[in-house]
Design a protein around this ligand. Structure first.
Ligand code: ASP
Length: 321
């Protein structure tokens, strides 16, 4: 067994009528971020460093719903959240309600490493960011024109939504500048096992478009959107409220721990049985280097690779390599 890595860029109702050039751009982006992680693992970096690095890069990309591309609350503000966990020690850190921190995932790691706590939110988390000297910017940096438009559309339709669920018009092109699949990719996550057997998971998000101010989703909740132990590392995406109810990430680990399920069996059970259709996707790796990336939504932006040369990049059910 060697290293293995999997990442996601969100699960949801991703339109199959996405034009070919955009699909290719999505696949190229996933390949790019996968390569960053693969290079880290090949050069013997710790799994925690690798998942943090990959998620940081995804946070810096404006087309993902995390960091720079975070979607907006009902008041037009950003409230970012993230979580990181080391499986072998169960050390973890989480943050919510960030408005100025460029890389929420790195602040989550600092919570894990520099505080006696696991989870900091809102003003306390922002104060901690300043104390630690992490990069912060004016909140307006995160408020992109596309996300202003998304919020406007969500408000018009009175929706609180996943970031890529814009309806595709039935008859031809619409005036909607974000329709026809020209929506961003979603919440981001990465799981990995390194050559030393360290398992790690990291997830970062802006949440839902038009979410209430103060809403916290599954991403930073240990055992819901993010979890790792000595058996596996899991990062989930989809409707946070459904993921929290089903304690998705922890249930995958628990089925392995208490029922002796393989990673694939455990993840398939959670995705197919525990969470209503259309609500969840996850990526996971096990201590034996197994990878799985199931979802019960229309699609999930995802990519994975193992040391023995297996690699997969996909959006819908058919795989592209
Ligand atoms: N799970 C995230 C949330 O509910 C959203 C997503 O995965 O796209 O905040």
């Amino acid at each position: 067994m060697g290293w293995a890595i999997a990442l996601h860029g969100g699960a949801g109702d991703i339109s199959r009528s996405m034009p070919e050039d955009r699909r290719q751009a999505r696949v190229a982006a996933l390949r790019h971020f996968l390569n960053i992680g693969v290079n880290g693992l090949r050069t013997q970096q710790h799994a925690l460093d690798v998942v943090e690095l990959v998620v940081r890069e995804l946070e810096n990309h404006p087309n993902f719903n995390a960091g720079r591309g975070s979607v907006l609350t009902t008041k037009g503000t950003v409230e970012m959240e993230a979580c990181i966990m080391h499986g072998n020690t169960k050390r973890c850190g989480a943050v919510s309600g960030l408005t100025t921190v460029v890389n929420p995932i790195s602040l989550a790691r600092l919570v894990m490493e520099k505080t006696p706590h696991i989870y900091l939110a809102f003003d306390g988390a922002e104060d901690f960011a300043r104390e630690q000297g992490v990069e912060t910017v004016d909140s307006s940096h995160f408020i992109t024109p596309n996300n202003i438009e998304r919020l406007k559309q969500a408000k018009e339709a009175k929706r609180v939504e996943l970031d890529y669920t814009h309806p595709i018009p039935k008859n031809g092109k619409s005036e909607n500048p974000l329709a026809d699949g020209d929506s961003q990719i979603g919440t981001v996550g990465c799981v990995a096992i390194d050559n030393e057997g360290n398992l790690a998971s990291a997830t970062s998000t802006g949440g839902f478009v038009n979410k209430m101010v103060g809403r916290i989703g599954d991403t930073p909740i240990i055992g819901a959107g993010t979890y790792a132990n000595n058996l596996c590392a899991v990062s989930a995406t989809g409707k946070g409220e459904a993921i929290m109810r089903a304690t998705v990430a922890r249930d995958v680990a628990a089925l392995m721990e208490f029922k002796g399920f393989s990673l694939k069996e455990a993840a398939a059970h959670v995705v197919e049985v525990s969470v209503p259709r259309g609500n969840v996707g996850l990526v996971a790796v096990s201590a034996t280097g197994e990878i799985t990336m199931p979802f019960n939504t229309t699609g999930m932006f995802r990519a994975c690779a193992t040391e023995d040369g297996y690699s997969e990049i996909g959006i819908w059910n058919s795989k592209e390599h």
